[in-house]
Design a protein around this ligand. Structure first.
Ligand SMILES: [Zn+2]
Length: 265
């Protein structure tokens, strides 16, 4: 397996550096400067780049890296990615530094968004965050629900390498959705202490996300109740004077209501 090192970038991004011997890959190099610094410090050669989606803070450094190293650039075929020479659309299997990596299509945040899975780890870009998920800039709640379900189906001990340090920012919302969830309460205290000590909260542990992340819990009664409180179309409906519960809402409708609430929280 390759080694994985975070390269902090911008305000709260993580560029992931993958190394084996003297060869390296980076995931989502939004800025070339921290990548150059890390490669030069360890005398590494950049042989490949994995891109999850087209936003500038994920691909802004690609052009400069390509100019110096001519790496393979794996990226969503349907999105505009500088220097992409290995277009992907999901379900491919790659050889990354001798490790088998599976490509997952996870539309929602953007339509071509990809995640990269190696044994025990997932690089998910802006799809899943600590106690949160990416905004739906391009996709629908149905697409994002399916993408999050595909991630949730991985083993609970999967380490999730997302692209932003957002966990502390997201936990107050998770607690607003599920104020009685003791695991969310405990996680908020633990994350506050970690951040105060200057420590990262990423990688995430998938099992912990499934217990505390409202966007992976849209089938839970407490989350459904909270969604109904914030979206009148999901609440009980009055018809012909007879008050009755709305037909069981779909998981994607609950997700959509919780995501819309998060946008204005
Ligand atoms: Zn993004």
């Amino acid at each position: 397996m390759f080694e994985i090192t975070p390269l902090p970038a911008f305000k709260d991004n993580y560029i992931w550096l993958l190394t084996r011997g003297n060869d390296a890959y980076v995931v989502d190099p939004g800025d070339a400067a921290p990548v150059f610094a890390a490669l030069e410090a360890a005398k590494l050669r950049l042989t490949g780049i994995l891109i999850t989606h087209h936003h500038a803070d994920h691909q802004g450094g690609v052009a400069a890296l390509v100019e110096r190293y001519q790496p393979l650039v794996f990226a969503p075929a349907s999105e505009s990615i500088t220097g992409c020479n290995r277009p992907l659309s999901g379900d491919e299997t790659l050889d990354v530094l001798g490790v088998e990596v599976n490509v997952l299509a996870v539309p929602g945040h953007t339509l071509g968004h990809l995640a990269y899975r190696a044994p025990g780890v997932l690089f998910c870009g802006d799809t899943l965050f600590g106690a949160g998920c990416g905004r739906l800039f391009e996709g629908t709640p149905e697409q994002m629900t399916a993408s999050l379900e595909a991630i949730a189906a991985l083993p609970d001990d999967t380490l999730i390498f997302c692209a932003h340090e957002y966990t502390a920012m997201n936990l107050p919302f998770a607690l607003a959705v599920e104020p009685e969830n003791e695991e969310v309460q405990a996680r908020k205290a633990a994350v506050t202490a970690r951040r105060a000590a200057g420590l990262a909260t990423v990688p995430l542990m998938l099992g912990e996300e499934k217990a505390t992340n409202p966007f992976l819990r849209c089938d839970q009664p407490a989350v459904i109740a909270a969604a109904r409180q914030h979206d009148p179309s999901l609440a009980s409906t009055a018809r012909g004077g007879e008050r009755r519960a709305a037909v069981n809402p779909k998981k994607s409708q609950i997700f959509g209501a919780i995501r819309a609430w998060r946008n204005v929280f």
